[in-house]
Structure formats: C-alpha cells, structure tokens
Design a protein around this ligand. Structure first.
Ligand SMILES: Cc1ncc(COP(=O)(O)O)c(C=O)c1O
Length: 451
C-alpha cells in the first residue's frame, strides 16, 4: 500500500475540519504558519509576520522558549504520563503550591484541566457541588453576561453571551440569566477603564429579585472581556458585582483565561482591580501555550466546603484523564520561572502607557469608531461595511498580508502582543495597523465629497 500523501500542499487541505474558520474560504486562500520565535511567525514561504496577538492571547513569554522546551523534554524522559485520579505525581503538587503563592487572597487551591473551556465547565460544576455540599442545593442557576466568552463547552456557551456561539446548539444549560454588557457608546475612546457603567452591575439585583438568591449558584464574568473586541470593565463595576454577590451568598467567578499571567500588568486581573473572586479560571498563559493546560483556582472556604464528606469519599466527581498532565505541569513550572526571572508582569505594566499612546494614535483614521485599551491589549472598532464582519475580516486579512497578526471579532480588531515585545516592535504593530485601516477604507475619489 502506498502511504497517503501528507505533504502540506494547497491541494490537500481538505481533511482538517478547521475550528472557528470559514473552511472553504480559507482553503481557497490559506494563511499558513510554519515557524515561530520570539514575537514572530514565519509562513511556509518564509514571510515574517509580527505576532500582534501572542498566538491566541496565550504565548505571553514569546515563542520558542528554550527553557520550556528543555523542561518538557526532561519530563518526557522521566515520565510521560501519570493519572491524577486517586494517584498523583510530584510536579502537580509543586505547581499547585507555586500557583497558590502567586495568587491574591486565599485562592489557595488549584484544579487542573486542559483548556479554558474545560476550566469554565469545571468552575461551574465546582460552584454547584459546593452549594450542594453545604446544604444549599437549590442554588443551581448561573448568571453570565452579554458579549462574554467562556469557551465552547455547553456550560461555557450557556453563560457566554456571543450569539453565534449559542444559536446553533439548542437549548443549552437551563437556568441561566445574563447581565448586560458594558460596551457603552459614551465611553468611546476611553484610555484604560472607562468612567461610565458601574451601575450595570446592579442588574444582578434585578435577577436576584426575579429568581431569589437561594436559587443562584454563581455569577461568571471576564474581568476584562476579550473575545468581543476587548472591553475593559467600567470603574467600580467589578467592586459592585463583588458586593452584590457577597450580600446574597452568590459565588463570583472571574474567567481569567486571557487576563491571567500578566496581560494587565499584574499576575491576575483580580490583583489589578483589587477584587478577589471565589473561583478563577485560567488557561493560555499558564503554559505559554506549549502544552494545553487550564485550571480553576479556588478560594479556601469553597475548597473546605467540599471537604466535608467522609474522608474516604471522593470530594468532587469531576476530572480529566489529562488533569495535571506531567508535561503540562513541567511546562507551566518553567513558564513561572520565566515570568519571575524576566519580571514579565511588571514589564507588561511598564509597556502599557507606551502601548496606550500607540493604539490611541490611530484615532481619526477612517472608520475608527472606538479604541479601548488596558494592560498590553487593545480593541479597535471599525464602522461596518455592509454585512457585520466584512470590514473586520478585510482588516484581518490585510494586516496578515502586510506582516501582522491581529484578531478579528465582527468589525473589531483586537491586539495583545507577547509581553516580551520591544517598543520598536510596538511601533511596527501600530504602523501596520494604521496602513491596514487605511487600506480597508473606501477609496476617496476627487470630487466625491466625504467618503
Ligand atoms: C475568557 C475565555 N474563557 C475561555 C476561553 C476558552 O479557552 P479554550 O479555547 O482554551 O477552551 C477563552 C478563549 O479564548 C477565553 O478568552
């Protein structure tokens, strides 16, 4: 039998069912990445692309880090895999202790999984199990937020607030309400946290009034929403949510899959805003995206609440074959060394004002209707052109053509470079973004008036 043709040529892109992709459109005009180092990708033809998005908001320490590679290789030599159900391996415990030391407050316990989506579903299940274990099993409802993204599990899409991620998939989880999103026109072009909108958190009181707190398990929000164009929280908003949750015994979950590990200039958004959630979901930067990993960080009272059964009973009937996979633990530990040794969270904070100036310099370019930034990330809204997403897609593909990787969400483009980026590279990102925005604006023809 002849072996199948597996060469990555344009002729055999058929078999891979690409996620979150217009497969047929992509395969007619593929964008392939073949190599990465530092803050750059290279296409198979050798074209250099600056990574304006740290992969998918995940390669915080930059690509191709030798220390992580070495740690993974050592672990592979030593032990490839060990189960974590009624067994354990030392690196998992070491990593959990290191993570606990990094976290604010008493978020002392770590449950590990393999992705942000798994982290979210795990957190929702931990919330349900916790309430049940302490005799409040009627607390089964969840509250999410419009424009929230919490991955693609059924739990995550149910509490999430992105219509396309929900409308195809039936009834979803029952018993979910949504807070309004916080993207207000009157906050346009805010630098950092916007001034208006703290009162939007009060909607939680309305939901409590509707269902009664005794039926509500948890509220989940991204402290700074990422996937719908980067929406920093209004000043005072998260504090208010925390107060209302405390008042009603509702758990507050921060989904820090994007904001965790330095994106906002602190280890976690919880540090940045001084608001401690009861549960925190993480992924992405936890392993610098080298080996898939996610986690739920759990406050001591919640963990203790689940330790109340008989000592020989399983505390949480939940886990994954690859929970605390040894390779992921080795990678995550090496990443923590890099974050510490290179002071990358501080570096992210120090670069933020420069980044802010850079992204806001794009104000006034054609079709730019809003620019938002916080930490080392930003969202830029472009006025739609016909169908929603058309101009956004054009901008995304144009930027790639000009040598820059950005994210597109509808007609917004989002950027979140690796935390190791240099100022000159920020300049390059801003320069290419400006060229892109101009390139996707309609041509102005003499005598046509304003275009
Ligand atoms: C806030 C948030 N939660 C969850 C997820 C899902 O993570 P994953 O794609 O690893 O499942 C993402 C992914 O972008 C995210 O941004």
């Amino acid at each position: 039998m002849t072996p199948p043709d597996t060469a990555p040529s344009a002729n055999n892109l058929e078999a891979f069912f690409m996620p979150f992709t217009a497969n047929r459109q992509f395969k007619k005009n593929p964008r392939l990445l073949a190599k990465a180092k530092g803050v750059h990708y290279w296409t198979p033809e050798g074209r250099k692309i600056i990574d304006g998005t740290a992969g998918l908001w995940c390669v915080n320490a930059g690509h191709g880090r030798e220390e992580i590679k070495a740690a993974i290789a050592r672990q592979l030599d030593e032990m490839d895999y060990a189960p974590s159900f009624q067994m354990g391996h030392p690196k998992a415990f070491e990593l959990a202790a290191r993570h606990a030391a990094l976290r604010p407050g008493d978020l002392n316990h770590a449950f590990y999984c393999n992705s942000g989506s798994e982290a979210v579903d795990s957190a929702l299940k931990i919330a349900l199990a916790y309430h049940r274990a302490r005799g409040e099993g009627t607390r089964t409802r969840f509250v999410g937020r419009e424009r929230g993204y919490h991955g693609v599990g059924f739990g995550g899409i149910s509490v999430g607030g992105m219509v396309n991620n929900r409308k195809w998939f039936g009834a979803l989880l029952p018993g979910v309400d949504h807070l309004p999103h916080t993207h207000l026109a009157k906050n346009a072009f805010s630098k950092g946290q916007p001034a208006h909108g703290a009162e939007l958190a009060d909607e939680l009181e309305r939901i409590v009034g509707l269902h009664d707190a005794s039926n509500i398990a948890a509220v989940i929000v991204e402290p700074c929403a990422g996937s719908t164009g980067y929406l920093p929280p209004p000043k005072g908003y998260l504090e208010r949510l925390r107060q209302i949750c405390d008042k009603h015994g509702i758990l507050l979950i921060f989904d820090e899959v994007i904001t965790g590990f330095g994106r906002l200039g602190t280890a976690f958004a919880a540090d940045k805003f001084g608001v401690i959630p009861d549960l925190m979901t993480v992924a992405k930067g936890i392993s610098n995206a080298t080996v898939p990993m996610g986690g739920v960080f759990v406050r001591k009272p919640v963990f203790d609440g689940l330790m109340n059964g008989p000592e020989n009973a399983i505390d949480l009937f939940h886990g994954y074959t690859y929970s605390a996979h040894p390779l992921a633990c080795a990678a995550a530990s090496a990443v923590l060394d890099i974050y510490r040794d290179e002071n990358l969270f501080k570096r992210s904070a120090e670069l933020s004002p420069y980044w802010e100036d850079g992204v806001h310099s794009l104000r006034g370019l054609p079709n730019v209707t809003d620019i938002r930034n916080l930490g080392l990330a930003a969202g830029i809204d472009l006025a739609p052109k016909g169908a929603v997403g058309t101009r956004g897609y054009e901008a995304f593909t144009k930027a790639f053509e000009l040598g820059l990787m950005v994210r597109q969400s509808g007609d917004a483009i989002a950027m979140s470079p690796p935390l190791v980026i240099e100022k000159a590279q920020i300049d390059e990102i801003i320069d290419i973004t400006a060229k892109t925005i101009k390139a996707v604006a309609p041509e102005r023809r003499a005598g046509m008036g304003a275009g």
